[in-house]
Design a protein around this ligand. Structure first.
Ligand SMILES: [Zn+2]
Length: 324
């Protein structure tokens, strides 16, 4: 009889619900992590708010036991000028054989260039959803992983990267000669250096199985369709994450609609670093821009951040990375 029990135990499949029951992702905590960033004001590279936010992010990651460093560099911006870049990179050693990357951009756009009124287009956006939401959810995931690890449970090793200068692509009011690859400067820098360090120091560079990018994950009516590059480069992980979302009852957010390529940080993680990386991005096929009405406007503030959406994303990602 004993061997039958052992056999049954051995074959027992962990369901997403069982994995979900191991942790308590707090939407309140994720919300306050977003609020904390937004309270500093627009985190536009080169400003005091940006610098203060960077310090706070590093200290928060350290508080949860991560090894944290910043990657400082320079990239060419949309106008052909040098742009300082400050990525925040953290590593948490896990207790399972899995190694995953969680990433989001932490800068906010210098220009609200989707505003109807021309004069408003030169003001910076607060980036509650476009920037702070992905970072806030990841900070809460890191907090949850630290709790699980302290309990002696199996957790994956996690490479966190908060990319700078994602949102510095050519503003609509610019009329000069435009550079290509003008968005996602931080991820381009990180991906190139990661590739180089895999070649130069293969034994000391963490190997990453796949990455998850979170971008605009706090909107009350968020929908996360399957974006083209995610399906192209990270199909099996897309399949896994969207299946888990549906099993957890979050199918209304994670739809199976397929949408055209979106240039976001995951594109460079896939193509320059060679890490399969999917993008959880709120895309609205019926809107004029493809995004929320307040995207790249002065209304991208805390009023449009919803705890139910944060919970759906947080629980789905946590369950995905904690199950085989
Ligand atoms: Zn943006």
């Amino acid at each position: 009889m004993l061997w039958v029990c052992l056999l049954l135990l051995g074959c027992k499949k962990t369901t997403p619900a069982a994995t979900q029951a191991r942790f308590a992702f707090s939407a309140d905590s994720a919300y306050s992590y977003i609020d904390r960033q937004v309270a500093l004001g627009p985190r536009v590279p080169g400003t005091e708010a940006h610098s203060a936010c960077g310090e706070w992010l590093m200290s928060e990651l350290r508080r949860h036991g991560a090894q944290v460093k910043q990657q400082i560099g320079s990239m060419i911006n949309y106008a052909g000028e040098e742009q300082d870049v400050r990525n925040i990179v953290a590593y948490m050693e896990g207790t399972s054989s899995q190694a995953i990357m969680l990433c989001a951009h932490w800068d906010s756009r210098p220009w609200a260039d989707a505003e109807e009124e021309y004069n408003l287009r030169f003001q910076p956006v607060l980036g509650a959803n476009d920037g702070a939401s992905g970072v806030g959810v990841i900070l809460e995931l890191v907090r949850q992983l630290a709790i699980l690890k302290a309990k002696g449970e199996a957790v994956p090793s996690v490479q966190v990267v908060f990319f700078d200068c994602e949102d510095m692509g050519t503003p609509t009011h610019y009329t000069g000669k435009q550079q290509k690859d003008d968005w996602c400067l931080g991820s381009q820098l990180w991906a190139k250096e990661y590739k180089q360090s895999i070649l130069n120091a293969p034994n000391t560079t963490p190997k990453i199985q796949y990455g998850i990018l979170l971008d605009m994950v706090g909107d009350p009516s968020a929908t996360f369709p399957i974006e083209y590059y995610s399906a192209m480069y990270a199909a099996s992980y897309v399949e896994k994450l969207w299946r888990i979302a549906s099993q957890l009852g979050y199918g209304r957010y994670f739809t199976y609609q397929q949408v055209y390529p979106i240039t976001d940080d995951h594109y460079y993680v896939n193509t320059l670093a060679g890490i399969p990386c999917l993008d959880v991005i709120d895309y609205k096929a019926n809107s004029e821009t493809g995004f929320s009405d307040w995207w790249h406007t002065l209304r991208d503030d805390m009023q449009n951040i919803n705890k139910q959406t944060l919970k759906a994303v947080g629980e789905t990602v946590m369950t995905t990375i904690c199950s085989k």
